[in-house]
Design a protein around this ligand. Sequence first.
Ligand code: NDP
Length: 294
Amino acid sequence: MADAKIIDGKAIAADVRAKVAADVKRLKAEHGFVPGLAVVLVGEDPASKVYVKNKAEQTVETGMLSFEHKLPAETAEADLLALVDKLNKDPAVNGILVQLPLPKHINSEKVLNAIDPDKDVDGFHPVNVGRLWIGARSLVPCTPTGSLILAQTVAPKLAGLDAVVIGRSNIVGKPMASLLLAQSCTVTVAHSRTKDLPGVVRRADLVVAAVGIPEFVKGDWIKPGAIVIDVGINRVPKGDGKTKLVGDCDYASCAAVAGAITPVPGGVGPMTIACLLKNTVEAALIQKNIPALG
Ligand code: NDP
């Protein structure tokens, strides 16, 4: 089999952002408002600071309003909850994202559960988890949403495909499985206790790897022609004292067998912020009872 088609997440994320920008223009013209996203950062975690900066920049680039709240690491849980309450009540704020991880003295679950489910652009609130599972209109976690969009660029109709999701986290694996089930895939969710994982993966027309182990999935696990979506982001030594990013799939051996594959970097990664922006528009539509924009 020839080498797989490379699914260009960077280009597809740019398309998603362009659609968001067009939707924002349309909302302004037809409904007289511009969606707003509030991002809350507590503390000085360097990676979180970069994420928050990128999110704010891209929010503004798509024409939306960006509200940044940077709080010191020693912020009391009650003060953070008070800010969330204020943002819940602010009509200019359609989406609220509290950047994780939070400092250890703050109960993350309590804070995330305090966000109004209709403003929960991360899709982590139990109400959104339930809505997704029952097939109701909901805000869906960004990384699985982006992964689904990437798969659909090479297989617009996923119905009937055997899909294997490796990983069952609340952030990636479980919502991914739910999204694929909603697309009428036959879904298997594999995890650390799965027996004969290579055999399970070999049955899949679509593999989504969200394991957190560098280059874990090998090419000889992949059914020839399958679609491989690699969610993993792992920093590993390059050998020259520097580091590089690799996914959860052994790219070279998987690409030699798969029909299509996402690279790392440049695959799922760029889709996550793009889908956050898409969710902010969707949150505004839900709050204002406007049907999905075509
Ligand atoms: P978690 O650590 O929360 O979950 C990992 C999952 O992998 C668990 O369900 C675990 O099983 C399973 N697992 C671990 N070891 C094995 C094994 N040997 N065989 C089979 N399954 C195994 O990770 P996340 O879901 O948060 O993230 C997964 C990956 O995706 C990471 O590389 C992360 O960096 C990346 N990621 C990328 C994002 C992006 O924007 N592209 C966003 C979020 C995550 P069990 O439940 O049994 O322990």
